[in-house]
Each structure stands twice: as structure tokens, then as C-alpha cells.
Design a binder for this molecule. Structure first.
Ligand code: ATP
Ligand code: MG
Length: 410
């Protein structure tokens, strides 16, 4: 196995030297066995959170109600969690209360899938009570213990199963998959934030189409908030689902998912808001889908340049990519559209108002009327004219035209 991260090794050693048990656990062990670089390291220990806090000079108590103390070392953050079970599950959600336990095995038993329920000590010795390594080799996502019970405790695990299938290109083991049929209705208890969080993680994997196919096969959308409350029912459009793997931008992937629902334009915003995404992301996704849906074909130069001015080059490029799948263009049409956009962007002398050869202050002085909303409007019109090549991006010419336009507002 690859060398252990020095900060993780330091944490394991410090805990052991103080007489505690300490292991790497969960995703980092799985990733290391697969030869992947873990994104972060989680340590499990029998030391209690206050003991962990005393042992390390720099800690943060962000997850202390779940027994987690973050240890900061050499610019890295290692999460150290006391062995625990999850106590009673209320309403098929993970509990807010946890109970500490004394054995590593019990801690591993509360974890969702066999491949996530392994531990590794500082010498690379593996603790694998549920056959995680064998499942990793065979490519199975398999629940630890009885799948029906585990999905009943926390219905999010079903969505996590399909997310890991998408992330690792694994299949869901038949014993685990059969539990979906019984447990999927329990998804109605899930908090939207957790659902959106898992889907957002799925959009950052290599094969999201695998996850979405599984979601259709197992009728997730009928029960999963907020989708289950939407009037529109999703269609398993193979062309759009294929696009999910081809496009890497998570917001394009959200837009393609929304495309499966045939949502009328005036409903798009409330649906996106119901996903509890940030306003910024929801509005970007809305723009991508709206531009993609009404993408003019063929796109004329002036229209294209105006789109770039209004939305920015990167959004227009992503909208073009979204449109490829929404409109069903073939590959060469898509490439040609993209080529034009990039060519026009290069030709445009200005893309943003800050690239204009004059600013608001100079405009106000030249026009001689007091500042107001007119300043922004006139700058916008000057910028459009300069970007489209109708006016040179030069001080004299811009001020002259600015005076003419400004007078209309006086
Ligand atoms: P990733 O590569 O996405 O970070 P990960 O395995 O680290 O994968 P996390 O969501 O970060 O996944 O969770 C860390 C570990 O905590 C998991 O490996 C698993 O052991 C456990 N875990 C997380 N969520 C649950 C859950 N809902 N039920 C049971 N165990 C869970
Ligand atoms: Mg993780």
C-alpha cells in the first residue's frame, strides 16, 4: 500500500503513544486500497473527545456533538472521532445523539457499506470484519449487516449506495439492491439538504449516469424529496442520462437532471429553490437550462456576442454544452457551435464594462448631469457598441457617444 500521509501518521502515533487505540477508517482506507489519493483522512479512536483535545495543541471542536475533534497539523485537518454507535434512529434519519463504545468493531458495524467499514493501523494492518476488501475487489456496494434494517435506520444510505456505484463504477450487490423495494418509501422522511448534498457529490463522480439509472430502476424519484412533490414526473431519457457522464461541470449535470422533468419555464425557479441550492448556483443552473432550451440555431454572430456580454463566456460555453444534450445535436454540430462562440469571444474587443476605455466618473464629468441610474445604462450601451465593433474602444469616441446618449436622460 502507498505511504501514509505524514499528518495522519502523526495523529495515529500521538494517540498510540498516549496509550489509546487509533486507526484510519472509512473512505480513506477504501481509497488507499484502490491506490487512490484520499481527499481527507478520518481517524477512529477509543480516546474521548476531551482526551483528544488535551493531546493535540491545535484542535477545532466543530463536530464535537458527534464525538469528532478536528486536529490541525502541518496545514492539514485530520478528523478524529471516538468509537461510537448512533443510538436510536428517529424517523429514519441519522440521530443527533450518539453513544460512545469501547470497540473498533462496533464502530465499524455502524457504517453503511462493507467497503466503507474497514480500518487500518499505523503499520498498514487492515481490520476488515465485514469482507470489505473482497467486495472492493469484486466491485460490490453491499450494506453492512441486514440491508433492510440499515436502510430503515437511515434512508439516505440508499442514495449513498447509488452515489458510490457512480463514484467507483461498482454494482450494488443483489442482497442490498433487493432491500430498495421495501425501503424506498422511507425516503420521504429525508431532509432535502441531505438529498441535494448527496446528489451534488454524485455530480462530482466519474459515472453519474450509473447513479441516475439506478435511481430510475428503483423508483427513487417517486419518494425522494423534493422531486416527489413536483408535479412533473421524470422521464428516463437515455440521451440526457448519457450526457451526464460526458459533462463534468456539476451545474451542467444539475441542468441535465432538471431537463429530465420537462419543467415549464415559469416553474423552473421554484423547483430549483426547493432543492435548497444556494441562490447563486440555482440561478446559474436556471440560466444554463434556459439558454440551452431556447438556443437559436444557427446562432447568429450578433446574438452570440450579446449572449457572451450578458452571461459571460464560461456560462455561454456551458450552456452550449447543455444544449447539445437537451436539443440532441450530433457531436460535430456541438463542436461547431462551440468553435463559433470561442471565435466570437476572441474577436470582441471588450467583454466587461471594466475593460471599457472610460469609467462612470469620466462619463458623468463629460455629460455634466448628476449621477444616477443612467450612468450604468449608458455604460452598458457603450460596452455593447464597443463589443460588437460598432464603436472603437477609445476614450474620445466613447465620450462623444456617451454625451449623445446621456442627453436623452437629462
Ligand atoms: P467520500 O470519498 O465521498 O468522502 P467517504 O466514504 O469518506 O467518501 P463520507 O460521506 O465522507 O464518505 O463519510 C465518511 C464515512 O462515514 C463513510 O466511509 C462511512 O463509513 C461513514 N458514513 C457516512 N455517512 C454514513 C451514513 N449515512 N450511514 C452510515 N455510515 C456513514
Ligand atoms: Mg469523506
Amino acid at each position: 500500500m502507498q505511504n501514509m500521509d505524514p499528518a495522519a501518521l502523526y495523529v495515529l502515533d500521538q494517540l498510540e503513544q498516549a496509550g489509546f487505540e487509533a486507526y484510519l477508517v472509512g473512505g480513506c482506507v477504501r481509497d488507499r486500497l484502490m491506490g487512490l489519493q484520499p481527499a481527507d483522512y478520518d481517524v477512529a479512536t477509543d480516546a474521548h473527545p476531551n482526551e483528544v483535545q488535551e493531546l493535540f495543541p491545535r484542535t477545532a471542536a466543530t463536530g464535537i456533538q458527534h464525538g469528532t475533534v478536528a486536529v490541525l497539523h502541518q496545514g492539514k485537518m485530520i478528523e478524529v472521532t471516538t468509537y461510537r454507535t448512533e443510538g436510536n434512529y428517529v424517523n429514519h434519519r441519522r440521530p443527533s445523539q450518539v453513544a460512545f463504545v469501547s470497540s473498533l468493531r462496533k464502530d465499524l458495524a455502524r457504517r453503511d457499506f462493507t467497503i466503507n467499514a474497514m480500518a487500518e493501523d499505523r503499520n498498514g494492518q487492515l481490520v476488515d470484519p465485514f469482507g470489505g476488501q473482497a467486495d472492493l475487489q469484486a466491485g460490490w456496494i453491499r450494506a453492512v449487516g441486514d440491508a433492510v434494517q440499515r436502510f430503515t435506520e437511515d434512508a439516505l444510505r440508499m442514495l449513498r449506495a447509488v452515489r458510490f456505484a457512480a463514484q467507483l463504477d461498482f454494482r450494488i450487490h443483489p442482497n442490498t439492491a433487493t432491500a430498495f423495494a421495501v425501503c424506498v418509501p422511507l425516503m420521504r422522511h429525508l431532509a432535502v439538504e441531505r438529498v441535494t448534498g448527496e446528489l451534488d457529490k454524485m455530480w462530482r463522480t466519474a459515472w453519474p449516469s450509473r447513479g441516475v439509472e439506478q435511481m430510475f430502476r428503483n423508483r427513487f424519484f417517486r419518494h425522494l424529496p423534493p422531486f416527489s412533490q413536483w408535479e412533473e414526473k421524470p422521464q428516463a431519457r437515455a440521451d440526457l442520462i448519457q450526457g451526464l457522464d460526458a459533462e463534468k461541470d456539476p451545474d451542467v449535470r444539475w441542468a441535465l437532471l432538471m431537463g429530465l422533468f420537462s419543467i415549464p419555464s415559469d416553474q423552473l425557479w421554484p423547483r430549483l429553490r426547493s432543492l435548497r441550492l444556494s441562490t447563486k448556483r440555482a440561478s446559474r443552473i436556471q440560466t444554463l437550462l434556459e439558454l440551452a432550451r431556447k438556443w437559436p440555431f444557427p446562432l447568429e454572430e450578433t446574438q452570440g456576442k450579446q449572449m457572451i456580454l450578458q452571461h459571460g463566456l464560461s456560462t455561454v460555453k456551458q450552456a452550449c454544452r447543455t444544449s447539445r444534450w437537451i436539443k440532441g445535436w450530433n457531436c460535430s454540430t456541438a463542436k461547431e457551435q462551440m468553435f463559433r462562440i470561442e471565435k466570437w469571444a476572441k474577436e470582441m474587443p471588450v467583454h466587461h464594462s471594466h475593460e471599457l476605455a472610460i469609467d462612470g466618473k469620466q462619463l458623468v464629468e463629460a455629460v455634466g448631469i448628476s449621477p444616477g441610474p443612467w450612468v450604468g445604462e449608458v455604460l452598458q450601451r457603450l460596452m455593447t457598441a464597443a463589443a460588437l465593433g460598432r464603436l472603437p474602444n477609445e476614450r474620445e469616441a466613447l465620450l462623444k457617444e456617451g454625451k449623445r446618449l446621456g442627453k436623452q436622460y437629462s
